[in-house]
Design a protein around this ligand. Sequence first.
Ligand code: SF4
Length: 77
Amino acid sequence: MPIAKINPVSCTHISSCELFPLLEKGGFLKVWQSRYCRGDFSRCARYQMSLRGERPPINLLPSGEYLSCLKRRDECQ
Ligand code: SF4
């Protein structure tokens, strides 16, 4: 049986990422955390956007898809 490869390094943007605390709450969002934040974070769309000096929208998921139900307070009217 092959041994699963585990990345011992977490994303370096955890403390500044606006989405990470929401992923911590669990539910269906938790899968993103194990797959990206504590896994292969270099593939995360938010991480890549931050590296380009851009602020990722709160509803941008690591996969590059957008959640329609999340907005920053300053984006709400
Ligand atoms: S969502 Fe992306 S940028 Fe945010 S902590 Fe997770 S891997 Fe890092």
